[in-house]
Design a protein around this ligand. Structure first.
Ligand code: IMP
Ligand code: MG
Length: 187
């Protein structure tokens, strides 16, 4: 159904993390980041669109002065498989000179997105340091070996949606994270 009221939650085959689990884990992560960056100039750079919800919740759990910025890339061009290339949508990079940067994404999968962004920020933006935070990390062997410094939850090699994560642009607004029923995935 494209328009009209839809119960998106009913499209899920299973729920991996509900709203209260996400809220509790995000609060713990915020606490950890608060301790680690105390007294340091911090800029959080969210990877759009997927990182938007996590960013909004996480920064309210970080009790420090901080700045936010964003970067727009795509590695999935629809479907459930990574394309293998990372496209940057912007020409102007964030101002990060001398800042401690925390790249924030919804999920770490092949590792291509995080490594490409990390490399690009390090070469173009002269940050003081670059670390990364992801809400989810897939426990797989990565195409590009990289791990995030802060991980909310580890998941298996399955395609998940909700809380920022999409399937073909949809389901980002689901407040929980779950696995889509196969009937909603076009083969
Ligand atoms: P990577 O470059 O393969 O690590 O992919 C990371 C990007 O792919 C993330 O920013 C997500 O947008 C997307 N992605 C990876 N796995 C999933 C998933 O299970 N559901 C939705 N999006 C995903
Ligand atoms: Mg994404």
């Amino acid at each position: 159904m494209e328009s009209g009221r839809t119960n998106l939650k009913s499209h899920l085959e299973s729920i991996l993390f509900d709203q209260s689990q996400i809220r509790a884990r995000v609060a713990e992560m915020g606490e950890q980041i608060t301790r680690d960056f105390e007294g340091e100039p911090l800029t959080i750079v969210a990877v759009l669109q997927g990182g938007a919800l996590f960013m909004a919740d996480l920064i309210r759990e970080i009790h420090l002065p901080l700045e936010i910025d964003s970067i727009s890339v795509a590695s999935y061009h629809g479907g459930t498989e990574s394309s293998g290339t990372v496209q940057f949508h912007q020409t102007k990079m964030p101002e990060l000179d001398g800042r401690n940067v925390l790249i924030l994404d919804d999920i770490l999968d092949s590792g291509r997105t995080l490594s490409a962004i990390r490399r690009r920020l390090e070469t173009d933006c002269s940050p003081k340091s670059v670390r990364s935070v992801v809400l989810l990390s897939k426990a797989i062997s990565r195409a590009t070996p990289i791990e995030a410094d802060y991980v909310g939850f580890t998941v298996g090699n399955e395609f998940v949606v909700g809380y920022g994560l999409d399937y073909e642009g949809r389901y980002r607004n689901l407040p929980m994270i779950g696995v889509l029923q196969s009937e909603y995935i076009s083969s």
